[in-house]
Design a protein around this ligand. Sequence first.
Ligand SMILES: [Zn+2]
Length: 281
Amino acid sequence: MTDLAELIAVLERAYPPALAESWDAVGLVCGDPAEPVRRVLVCVDPVAETVAEALDRGAQLIVAHHPLLLRGVHGVPANTAKGSLVHRLIRNGIALLCAHTNADSASPGVSDALAAALGLRVLRPLRPNPDGSTGIGRIGELAEPEPLSVFTQRVADALPATVPGVRAAGDPDRLIRTVAVSGGAGDGYLLDATGAGVDAFVTADLRHHPAGEHLASRAGGAVPALVDVAHWASEWPWCEQAADILRTATNGTVEVLVSTCRTDPWTVTATARSPLNTGRS
Ligand SMILES: [Zn+2]
C-alpha cells in the first residue's frame, strides 16, 4: 500500500519545492501524509469541476499545477468558493498537492511537456536559473522549417481544443524553425525570446500592449512571431508528464489518471461578419 507521504516524496524529487518562486504557494494543501492512496488525478486547475471529477473517479489525491490558496488565507469557511472546495476535499478524504513554478523550473517541467507536444527538440531553457541548472521556458527546434500559418495549425492540433483556439501575430508565410515556449502566462519573457533570436514564441495570455510593443521593436531585425494559446491548454501536456513520473515511481501500484475536464474559462467566441464593422451603426 502506498501512502501519501511516498507520493509527496516522488513529486518533490521531480519538482523540488526549492525551485518555486518566492511568491508562490506549492506543496500539500490538505490531506494526511499517513493515509493510503490508490488512485491519483492530475489536473491543471484545482476547481469545482476537477474536485468533482476526482470524487467521480475515486481518487484520493489531486495533483494540480495551479495553487488553490495563493494569497494569505485566514479561514476556509464553506460559504466561500475556495473554502467549500477545501471542505469537500477533506470530507471526502481527498488530498491536494500543487506543483506550480517548481514544475515550471524543473527539468523535465511544464515547458518540456509543451515543447514535446509541439514536436520540438529541446535545446536549452528560455530563461536559465542563475546557477545555470534549469529555468523557465524552453527553446527548441522543429525537424523542418514550416510557414507560421502551418506552425499555428500544428500548435492547435497538438493541444486540447479550447473555444478561443490559437492565434498568431506575424507574417503567415514566415518560415519557423526555432521556437521558444513558455507554458502559462509568458509575456514577461518576450525580451528573452527576442534575445534568443528564435523564429516564434508560443505562450499564453499575451496582452495588447506587450504584444504590440514587441512586434514594433524590430529595430535590429525580425522579432519572434507570437503564437498565443489558452493558458490551460499550454499547461495541460504537463499532466501526462507528472502522471508518468508517479506511475514509474510506484511501478503501476497506484493508478494515475489525467483529468479530462476542460477548465479553460472561455466558452463563446465571435468575429464580426463584416470586415468593416467598427461597432457603430
Ligand atoms: Zn498557469
